[in-house]
Design a protein around this ligand. Structure first.
Ligand code: GLA
Length: 417
């Protein structure tokens, strides 16, 4: 009798454990390369004043304008497929059934109609919520409504959810974020799931459990909100360098570190700094989510964002985040392995002493693998072949102040050496 009871309990434990693991992992098959798109927050913030500022407030108009630009100006075809709401899209109340709905003045046709508009242009719509009781801007959070909210988003045809962590307790997040993972799985709709879980935990010195996070989210923020400045970009790069062993191990196809939005096209970065952010984010295998005004963006900024050769590095199917291999005299070299024994390297200068810095190095020192004796180098911003080099042959790069040189190295098996 006792034995039977014990067996039953054991069976229950095993079946529950299996059930738990089974439903806990995110099961959506999306974001096998880092997601690319546009998100409103960094550039437009929580501007809800459509009377004073009708063109730039968080409204249906801004999103439709952006969807139009994404579809018509080459962004969608270059891979930027998501257009995402962020905070401040919703009404301050839920409806009688407990469901969220958009602010009716600013989104008079609701989110489902906006999704349909986006989809009609070949674009996907993303949305924002928070795991706590309120969003960071004090709109209703998902706590206590996780299943309802996941289902509402799925019913609207949403393809991407950014799930913030304001007003939540970081030590609850290992439980609360996976609750949304399970709720999203349950809808049956593959929705890219973007988390801020490790960021909020790191802030209170909890060591993030990246195994669990990687099983539960497609991407995750782990550092401060990006601001429109070079200092902010450098602070992200420094964090990624300091944590690189952890972050490289944590990421891969379907699970990405998110260093936050691209500022290219905004006010704070010079032309060289804009190329530097695009290059570094691609070396990180980071999501390329622009936050800018695509209605007024300069041709130079647009060219940087549409640089196919750099995008191909970011989107390389191997999905390996790069590593910082050299730091000296204000110069950093970062290298990531790519498919087909290719490598990508960025030479980044933090220097401000006016003239391009002359960097002398070799492929081996840059972290290019020694499986082949020689590699062909191509400059990804000049779109030029640089030549074929042996692993230990002297290489010379001129790197602009606060700028980059970015190259792809492809094996050149027939070279002599
Ligand atoms: C947090 C997030 C930002 C943005 C704001 C919105 O700060 O980290 O990316 O979503 O909230 O309020």
């Amino acid at each position: 009798m006792f034995g039977k009871f014990y067996d039953m309990r054991l069976a229950l434990v095993f079946s529950t454990a299996w059930f738990f693991v089974e439903v806990q992992s995110l099961d959506n098959g999306v974001a096998l390369t880092p997601p690319m798109g546009w998100i409103v927050w960094e550039r437009f913030r929580c501007n809800v004043d459509c009377v004073e500022d009708p063109d730039n407030c968080i409204s249906e108009k801004l999103f439709k304008d952006t969807i139009d630009r994404i579809a018509s100006d080459g962004y969608r075809d270059a891979g930027y497929q998501y257009v995402n709401l962020d905070d401040c899209w919703m009404s301050h109340e839920r409806d009688v059934a407990g469901r969220l709905y958009a602010n009716e003045t600013r989104f008079p046709n609701g989110i489902k109609a906006l999704v349909e508009y986006a989809n009609s242009k070949g674009v996907k719509l993303g949305i924002y919520e928070d795991v706590g009781p309120l969003t960071c801007a004090f709109y209703p959070g998902s706590l206590g409504h996780i299943e309802t909210d996941a289902q509402t988003f799925a019913d609207w045809g949403i393809d991407y959810l950014k799930f913030d962590g304001c007003f939540s307790l970081p030590w609850r997040m290992d439980h609360d974020y996976p609750e949304m993972t399970r709720a999203l799985n349950k809808t049956g709709r593959p929705i890219v799931f973007s988390c801020e879980w490790p960021l909020y935990q790191s802030e209170v010195l909890i060591k993030p459990n990246y195994t669990l996070i990687g099983e539960s989210c497609n991407l995750w923020r782990n550092f401060d909100d990006i601001q429109d400045s070079w200092e902010s970009v450098l602070s992200v790069i420094d964090y990624y360098a300091k944590e690189q062993d952890t972050l490289i191990a944590a990421s891969g196809p379907g699970r990405w570190n998110d260093p936050d939005m691209l500022l290219v096209g905004d006010f704070g970065l010079s032309y060289d700094q804009s190329k530097a952010q695009m290059a570094m984010w691609s070396i990180f295998a980071a999501p390329l989510m622009m936050s800018n005004d695509l209605r007024t963006i300069s041709p130079q900024a647009r060219d940087i964002l549409l640089n196919k050769e750099v995008i191909a590095i970011d989107q390389d199917p191997l999905g390996k985040m790069g590593r910082q291999v050299i730091t000296r005299y204000g110069i950093e070299v970062w290298t990531r392995p790519l498919t087909d024994n290719n490598y990508a390297s960025v030479m980044l200068s933090r220097r401000t002493d006016g003239r391009p810095y002359s960097l002398r190095t070799t492929l081996r020192a840059m972290g290019v693998g020694d499986k082949f004796k020689a590699y062909a180098l191509r400059d990804l911003f000049l779109h030029q072949d640089v030549g074929v080099f042996l692993l230990d042959e002297a290489l010379h790069f001129l790197v602009n102040p606060t700028g980059v040189v970015m190259v792809r190295a492809s094996p050149a098996p027939k070279a002599h050496g």
